[in-house]
Design a protein around this ligand. Structure first.
Ligand code: ADP
Ligand code: ZN
Ligand code: ZN
Length: 745
């Protein structure tokens, strides 16, 4: 008997091992085994299949040991792994590595998951009242303590006391306790407690839906009859989340699970509380800030007889073992953080979720106020269902969006600060009545660049081809690509003049200036720098919610799904920088970010105001934003995509090559391009040096494949693999790193 196993290594191959006699009854697909691999190394592998076919002409090694008695990975999961490995051209071993929590696949076999236990005190259940009374005899203190413990357990509806609860009886000396333990009236016991909170009870029913929401829900259910995937296009604050809650309830009534995907951690706090209020501990939370042991516990619970009904999680939660998945909700489906960038597998969690759902015969709901061009196109062409919700909840008005021409204001000497006079006026008006303000700037740090005003020297990272960002805090220069920190020189190293000047504007500087402009208000900043510490993010959000902070300055972190009810003014500072990336998606990103940011403003009974500061307000995309016209924006984008042949009219694969020696990566890219061009012809673009041509000492070159829809993916993959083979057999170039980014963002 043989077993094909997947190893947690960046390998495409499946390896076959012999199953020892004593293990044959117990082994099966989805179980973990320990296998020898390479010299003296053992790994935790997953059994993919068990069969009787001896591999030809090779000696097979034996499985060392079996870890599980039940599968920890189910069939739909394995199917998903294979799909991801094939579609994203990533080694199956890398998919396995990404899928399982580390402590479930220990490499040194010592760092196993350890269950968390706690010590508890319990009244001996085998003693009746009379026996207890007899045992207590005339020991007064012991009698009193027993009375108090009994009372405590009854009033708190508990069966036993945890160690920390003993402090409630601190007035009794240890000898009183010990006496009761010796008489075995009280027992100590050690129990597995788990790291995840349980026992959380729902505190409210779902809100009844209003007529628009109800109509949307009916339409969604209708769409799901025919379509596996449906897009809910609902403006910001239209109450999409409440509709999701009702759908989840429907699923639970059918005994099926829901996976609720979010783009990133920043969104979870508010939403978690909202869902826990309705679903209590039926909901499991799976995101990057929970530790590995907690992940393992969630995984185990999902395998158990009593799994979570709902998982709220970031992209990696698609890998959890769902037993009866009925629905996947992909909230803010347009968000780019759904795409994994590094390391492999470079999968898109939205697209992988649609496949996961398919493998479970479940439904997928994509939700967004600003759908991606790809998804909206799929909805328009009938591949997905489409439901639209265009009213904000509770009659809240859409904000008034005003564009301010900062170039014009500068020429007329009206821009005295970073904020246009119109924005300052609106802020003052809001603050005067206790309403709040959000200001966006898409660059963190104090200034994106430092320049010598004498000789134009700029400091650059020694490991990457980028200029360094100045951070006033700590007076440092920071590389935003590799996070290297440098001290700011006092004089220019090139001309020795003391003439280094910050150029451009980051959130740090904006915060400083805003604090000076509005000295009576509390200003806080939210970006990657200010939210590093544990709970820092929650503290800022809570502070803002409780109105302890009046003005919040931050990066796009702020634009994401947060729900504040007292924000009157939203300002977008130097909006042009959102649009000027040399990327075919830059206007899509800009539209989404501005519309989402604008969506943070508005409150019941009063219209919010959004001010967009631009030096080039004639750009068409601004008119779509100010008129809140997604459809016109979509048509315009689609026409451009068609004209220049970009997705959804074709598929892209980026081929990335990296090496520390520039001439090697250059030669490898040229060689690969030459081979691929033979079959791919004009579908192949490049090699190109990307804008940032070197990161962390590695020089980078890229090839881009533009593949017409309908071209066989298998053929494309074969061609690429052939090219890769040639490279691997070239003695000079075989160590050049090569990877694929399928559907790059
Ligand atoms: P979206 O997800 O579309 O941005 P939300 O679901 O967050 O919108 O709804 C916006 C606000 O309106 C939230 O504070 C939410 O609690 C409230 N809300 C939405 N629908 C209802 C409802 N049917 N009953 C009561 N409050 C609702
Ligand atoms: Zn200089
Ligand atoms: Zn760097």
């Amino acid at each position: 008997m043989f077993a094909d196993v997947i190893l947690p290594l960046p390998l495409h191959a499946i390896f076959t091992y012999a199953v020892p006699a004593g293990m044959q009854e117990k082994i099966g697909t989805g179980l973990r085994v320990v296998v020898p691999f390479g010299r003296r190394k053992y790994y935790t592998a997953i059994v993919k299949a068990v069969h009787g076919n001896a591999p030809a002409n090779m000696k097979v090694k034996e499985i060392h040991s079996l870890i599980d008695s039940h599968a920890v990975v189910n069939e739909p999961q394995l199917t998903l792994w294979e799909w991801i490995s094939f579609y994203y051209m990533a080694p199956l071993g890398d998919v396995y590595k990404a899928a399982l929590p580390s402590s479930m696949k220990p490499e040194d076999l010592l760092t196993r998951f350890t269950p968390k236990t706690g010590t508890f005190i319990q009244v001996n259940p085998s003693l009746d009242e009379g026996t207890v009374a007899g045992l207590l005899g005339r020991a007064k203190k012991q009698q009193q303590l027993m009375d108090e413990i009994g009372h405590y357990l009854v009033t708190n509806q508990k069966e036993r006391l945890s160690k920390s609860e003993l402090s409630a009886f601190a007035c009794y000396t240890p000898s009183v306790f010990n006496g009761l333990l010796q008489k075995e009236i009280l027992l100590t016991l050690s129990l597995e407690t788990g790291r995840i909170a349980t026992g959380l009870r729902p505190t409210r029913d779902p809100y009844p839906l209003n007529e628009h929401q109800q109509k949307a829900l009916t339409q969604l259910n209708h769409c799901f009859v025919e379509k596996q995937t449906t897009l809910l296009h609902g403006v910001t604050s239209s109450g999409k989340t409440e509709i999701y809650i009702h759908l989840i309830r429907q699923m639970m009534a059918q005994g099926r699970q829901t996976l609720y995907l979010l783009p990133e951690i920043a969104l979870t706090t508010q939403l978690t509380q909202r869902l826990q209020a309705v679903f209590g501990d039926q909901i499991g939370i799976y995101h990057s800030r929970i530790n590995d042991n907690e992940r393992t516990e969630i995984w185990q619970k999902m395998l158990s007889e009593n799994p979570y009904s709902i998982i709220l999680g970031v992209r990696s939660s698609i890998f959890l073992p769902f037993q009866k998945l009925g629905l996947v909700i992909v909230d803010e489906e347009h968000e780019t953080s759904y795409k994994q960038q590094e390391p492999a597998p470079r999968y898109h969690a939205r697209d992988a979720a649609i496949m996961l759902s398919l493998f479970h015969d479940a439904k997928t709901l994509l939700g967004s106020a600003t759908p991606s061009i790809e998804s909206f196109y799929n909805a328009q062409t009938g591949k997905y269902g489409l439901v639209t919700l265009s009213e904000r909840f509770n009659g809240m008005m859409m904000p008034r969006i005003q564009l301010v021409n900062t170039r014009d204001l500068r020429m007329r000497k009206k821009m005295k600060t970073l904020l246009a006079p119109a924005l300052i006026e609106e802020i003052e008006a809001a603050l005067a009545v206790g309403e709040q303000v959000i200001l966006f700037r898409n660059r963190r740090g104090f200034a994106p660049m430092i320049e010598c005003s004498n000789c134009a020297w700029t400091p650059r990272c020694s490991r990457c081809d980028v200029s360094l960002t100045y951070h006033k805090k700590g007076n440092q220069l920071v590389c935003h690509y590799c996070n290297s920190h440098y001290r700011l020189p006092t004089a220019c190293p090139s001309c020795h003049e003391e003439s280094l000047k910050p150029l451009g504007l980051g959130t740090e500087q904006l915060e400083e200036e805003v604090a000076q402009l509005f000295p009576g208000s509390v200003v806080a900043r939210m970006d990657m720098d200010s939210t590093r510490g544990k709970d820092a993010y929650e503290r800022i959000i809570t502070g803002f919610q409780e109105k302890k902070i009046q003005i919040l300055v931050g990066t796009q972190m702020l634009s994401k799904g947060l729900d504040f009810d007292n924000v009157r003014v939203v300002g977008i500072i130097t909006a042009d920088s959102l649009l000027n990336y040399p990327d075919f998606r830059s206007h899509e990103r800009g539209f989404q970010l501005m519309t989402q940011a604008a969506g943070r403003s508005g409150r019941k009974n009063r219209q919010g105001v959004v001010i967009i500061q631009s030096a080039d307000p004639g750009q068409e995309v601004y008119s779509f934003v100010t008129r809140n016209n997604y459809d016109a924006f979509f048509r315009r984008q689609l026409a451009e995509r068609k004209m220049f042949n970009y997705p959804p009219f074709c598929r892209l694969i980026r081929v990335v090559l990296k090496h520390k020696e520039e001439r090697k990566v250059e030669a490898a890219a040229a060689l690969l391009a030459e081979i691929l061009r033979k079959t791919m012809k004009e579908r192949l673009l490049g090699p190109n040096k990307p804008i940032v041509g070197r990161i962390q000492l590695f020089h980078i070159r890229e090839l881009l494949l533009k593949l017409e829809n309908g071209l066989s993916p298998q053929k494309v993959r074969d061609t690429l693999k052939n090219g890769e083979e040639v490279l691997r057999h070239n003695p000079q170039l075989k160590y050049v790193t090569l990877y694929y980014d399928v559907d790059p963002l």
